[in-house]
Design a protein around this ligand. Structure first.
Ligand SMILES: Cc1cc2nc3c(=O)[nH]c(=O)nc-3n(C[C@H](O)[C@H](O)[C@H](O)COP(=O)(O)OP(=O)(O)OC[C@H]3O[C@@H](n4cnc5c(N)ncnc54)[C@H](O)[C@@H]3O)c2cc1C
Length: 595
């Protein structure tokens, strides 16, 4: 049942309690409850994904309206970022069933095989390696067949039903799973120019038919978690079907305040009690997980709950009056994120999204088309039809000086995203004019930040420091990435189309000018990881072991983006789905549940 009042819970004990009904949490709840004898409770701070006003989280084109500053957002702000000229920036996170998968820009990018192979190396568990995790994206059966019914991904036709031959590689996709993915559903005027640039400048910007094959390098067509013209989230794909099962309860609008010790195993504390409340001063309730608590509260919520439960750095916990249960200094540390800047140019065309936004009649016509058929521009991802992933040249001065922090030779240092209109998270949108934007993201940071408690209450936001552009390496890579974007538009397909750099970026032509531009307009692309990072069982550092169980306690596993030890060289939701699928399997095996 879907419950909004804790007093309605029918029991105080479930086999599994999933904390956070977000991207990973909904996968876990759905997979574990496939066995009708297993009881599962999900506790989610946000509301239903179908509540009033949820068109902004359902209509793909409205993704930019889902956050920041809405009821679907936690509305966090970072601490001042030294790499961004001392600015604090907005730091959206989904607060609704489906979590950030309900509010994100729907990019579906699995990332480089190198990242999963590094995850295997760092954790000491070969099960996380690309060749082993990839079947969990596809849910291949034990005989290696890709045609089984239980695939995680369901690649579906684009909203405009165009022929997608040559735009992706079907052999690396699933076609029968719950999560809908598709190629762009509405063509734009820049698509051909981007494609032609991959021919003219094929050495620097080669075409990649499918960036989800394990090698993302090059420019390709964007795949998004969109199907039938609507957003596919972990709530729509995984949780909604599971809600019909009698063995699943989902409690919304309720925050887990901390985990409670329920005993000891030898001398190791068991933390299988879960305390929750709907407000700071309202009644607090408890349930017990007889098998396990799964923390899926995301890169901010998970370390916050661990620290409030007494699992964290002893000195910091003591200073806030929290009794330490286990001293784990790395909880909340090591955060990595992707920083980006938007570079815009004015263009010689009126067929950009700017015209749609400026002319109410055009917008209303698009809305009417969407309402009738779920097609048209509103059925498409507003953040572009093509993106690309790139490495610095192997002999670059930057790599010689700083070394290569990526996982290996198919891991990108930076990303370019091509937008048919003005796009920015930090600049006011011009009231007139037509634009082309390249979003330039630094995806291999060396800088690391943290999440720290300010008080001993879950109802107070923690201090969030993603350390954006916080190292010289990060800044130098961003400079090279911006220069690459400028070389891209200087090529012949853009002649006569690009008019001039947009006013804010006219001085972003020298290294110093680019650094100043990034300090003024850079921000997060909202991909935090590593705040409960995985490490080998024998390592003193890290928070969770190879099977994602929290070290030195019994009964708590973390399954969400916080376990990745390094920034993922991708928009991370696909990697989160992949680790959630494998974790569900690990949990089933650990508790003798049929997989
Ligand atoms: C605006 C935005 C755009 C993005 N765009 C993309 C994109 O296009 N492609 C991509 O791949 N990635 C994108 N990302 C990142 C991606 O969505 C996340 O990395 C991923 O969804 C994280 O999954 P998760 O399970 O770790 O956390 P989440 O999905 O955030 O889930 C955590 C859940 O826990 C709940 N929670 C937290 N604390 C508590 C508590 N105390 N009690 C109860 N519940 C709690 C939250 O409300 C939330 O529902 C974007 C993220 C954002 C915010």
């Amino acid at each position: 049942a879907l419950l909004a009042d804790p007093a309605q819970l029918r029991t105080t004990q479930y086999d599994f309690v999933v904390v956070g009904g977000g991207t990973a949490g909904c996968v876990i709840a759905s997979r574990l409850s496939e066995d009708p004898s297993v009881s599962v409770l999900v506790i989610e701070a946000g509301g239903s994904n179908t509540q009033e006003g949820s068109d902004v989280i359902q209509v793909p084109f409205f993704a930019g309206d889902a956050t920041p500053g809405t009821k679907f957002d936690w509305n966090y702000t970072t601490v001042p970022q030294s790499g961004l000229g001392g600015r604090s920036v907005l730091f959206p996170r989904g607060r609704v069933l489906g979590g950030s998968s309900s509010v994100n820009f729907m990019f579906y990018t699995r990332g480089p095989s190198d990242d999963f192979n590094r995850l295997a190396r760092v954790s000491g568990d070969e099960g996380w390696a690309w060749d082993n995790i990839f079947p969990f994206v596809l849910k291949v059966d034990s005989l290696g067949s890709k045609t089984v019914l239980l695939q995680s991904e369901k690649h579906v036709p684009s909203a405009d039903m165009h022929n997608t031959t040559g735009q992706f590689e079907p052999s690396v996709h699933g076609f029968n799973g719950p999560l809908l993915t598709s190629l762009p559903g509405f063509p734009t005027d820049i698509d051909g120019r981007v494609k032609n640039t991959t021919v003219i400048l094929k050495d620097e910007f080669p075409f990649n038919i499918d960036m989800n094959s394990g090698n993302p390098l090059g420019v390709g067509w964007l795949q998004s978690t969109i199907g039938n013209g609507a957003r596919s989230s972990s709530a729509t794909a995984f949780l909604t079907p599971a809600l019909n099962r009698p063995n699943v309860d989902v409690l919304i609008e309720t925050q887990v305040t901390r985990l409670l010790q329920t005993g000891t195993s030898g001398s190791v504390p068991i933390l299988q009690g879960v305390e929750f409340a709907q407000s700071r001063t309202g009644p607090h309730f408890n349930v017990k997980a007889s098998k396990e608590v799964i923390l899926s509260a995301g890169s901010i919520g998970t370390p916050q709950i661990l620290m409030l439960s007494g699992v964290g750095d002893q000195a910091s916990l003591t200073s806030l009056g929290i009794k330490t249960i286990v001293d784990v200094p790395d909880v909340g540390e090591n955060m990595q994120d992707h920083a980006f800047v938007a570079i815009q140019w004015t263009v010689n065309s009126n067929k950009t999204i700017d015209t749609l936004n400026d002319q109410p009649a055009l917008f209303n016509a698009a809305l009417a088309e969407y309402d009738q058929t779920h097609t048209g521009v509103l059925a498409d991802n507003p953040a572009g039809n093509q993106i690309g992933w790139f490495r610095l040249p192997e002999d670059s001065e930057i790599l010689r000086t700083f070394g290569d922090p990526t996982g290996g030779p198919v891991s990108p240092h930076f990303e370019l995203m091509f937008e048919n209109g003005f796009f920015s998270f930090t600049q006011p949108i011009p009231t007139s004019g037509n634009f082309f934007t390249i979003l330039v993201a630094m995806v291999s940071p060396t800088s690391r930040g943290s999440v720290k408690l300010v008080t001993n209450s879950v109802f107070d936001h923690p201090l969030i420091d993603p350390a954006l552009l916080g190292s010289t390496f990060d800044q130098e890579v961003l400079v090279e990435a911006v220069k690459a974007s400028q070389r891209f538009v200087a090529s012949s397909p853009w002649k006569g189309y690009i008019v001039a750099p947009f006013i804010d970026s006219v001085n972003a032509t020298t290294d110093q000018g680019i650094k100043e531009y990034a300090a003024k307009f850079g921000t997060t692309i909202r991909h935090p990881v590593a705040t409960s990072m995985v490490s080998k069982l024998t390592d003193k550092s890290g928070v969770v072991g190879p099977q994602l169980l929290v070290k030195n306690v019994v009964g708590v596993r973390v399954v969400d983006a916080s376990i990745f030890p390094f920034a993922v060289g991708a928009h991370p939701q696909a990697a989160v789905y992949a680790i959630a699928e494998r974790s569900a399997n690990l949990i089933k095996i650990a508790h003798g549940i049929q997989t």
